[in-house]
Design a protein around this ligand. Sequence first.
Ligand SMILES: Cc1cc2nc3c(=O)[nH]c(=O)nc-3n(C[C@H](O)[C@H](O)[C@H](O)COP(=O)(O)OP(=O)(O)OC[C@H]3O[C@@H](n4cnc5c(N)ncnc54)[C@H](O)[C@@H]3O)c2cc1C
Length: 338
Amino acid sequence: MHPHHSCPGFSTPISVLGAGIAGTWQALLFAQAGCQVAVFERGDASMTQATSHWAGGMLAPFCESETAEPVIARLGLRSLDLWREVLPQTPFNGSLVVAHPRDRADFERFARLTGAHKRLGRDEIAALEPALDGRFSEALFFAQEGHVDPRQVLPALHGVLRSAGVPITFNARPGGGASDGLVIDCRGIAARDACPDLRGVKGEIIILETDEVALSRPVRLIHPRWPLYIVPRAGHRFLIGATSIECEDERVSVRSALELLTAAYAVHPAFGEARIVELGAGLRPAYPDNRPRVAVDDKQIIVNGLYRHGFLLAPALAEATVAHVLDGRTDDEVVRCM
Ligand SMILES: Cc1cc2nc3c(=O)[nH]c(=O)nc-3n(C[C@H](O)[C@H](O)[C@H](O)COP(=O)(O)OP(=O)(O)OC[C@H]3O[C@@H](n4cnc5c(N)ncnc54)[C@H](O)[C@@H]3O)c2cc1C
């Protein structure tokens, strides 16, 4: 992007490709900054084609710092504020991390690598989550973390966009709409034609329904291979996630289903009686370094590589893009001028 774009009177129309979590936040913050924005989405309004449809929706900068680089926590913390501003009803009631005694060493490792937690004993666990009374002797509580239901929050944000005068065209033809002006490409894993080093990391989930268990916040169970979690949803539903597999098919394997269901059962045996509502998988779009990137050239901006953290990062990435385009300020950790 040349400096002539970096002026307060930016009048170039902006076309955002993709109405997943990345594109939605880009459109929102550019519209809030006074730009003329339109969104084009290949799929229909159900958004089932988007990786975002499959996400846990956890806004967990502290828990994620177990495996992610510091830039993720930095952007994530900023995003928490932006979520609060745009959707004040977003629940920020923390997340809980538990482990079985045999995974004690991994639990301590997790505690060491993450910050901002409080150690809870049995009584405190029961006070926060009565359903877990007597099930775990120790937990880590990350009080500042939040979570959203992607399948509710995407339509909600699309509603905010429409109220801000941003048209969203669903079932858009590839290449449709975006002829003049600035294009912000937020096509997720479908953007491989423009980003050859993008890969998909499969994440499988299962949705269960039971009124025998009630949880108020995400519960993570320490697991030697991937972070397993249970995220409560409306209607007595629970999302059990997620595997992390370097492969690009979108099927759920028997092994993964067994592991996810075993984890749920290990957190609470009443999940044994729950109804299986859905099994599914999404591909997390990732660059080789697993870091997000805002790639800027003369014609377009590509926002991609949100990997495991799309909901956590999208607001702050949008803010960084707006700052670059409108104010000429460049966040060197994420913005790359090509
Ligand atoms: C199982 C699982 C659990 C996860 N849990 C979490 C979590 O708890 N917290 C978190 O922060 N992140 C989580 N993630 C990661 C998060 O889901 C992704 O980082 C995020 O969804 C990526 O968003 P995106 O907008 O880049 O891509 P997408 O959501 O895939 O959106 C891209 C959109 O572009 C559209 N598109 C494609 N081609 C075109 C075209 N030519 N024209 C117009 N539109 C087009 C697609 O239809 C799609 O809707 C999870 C991911 C998975 C798979």
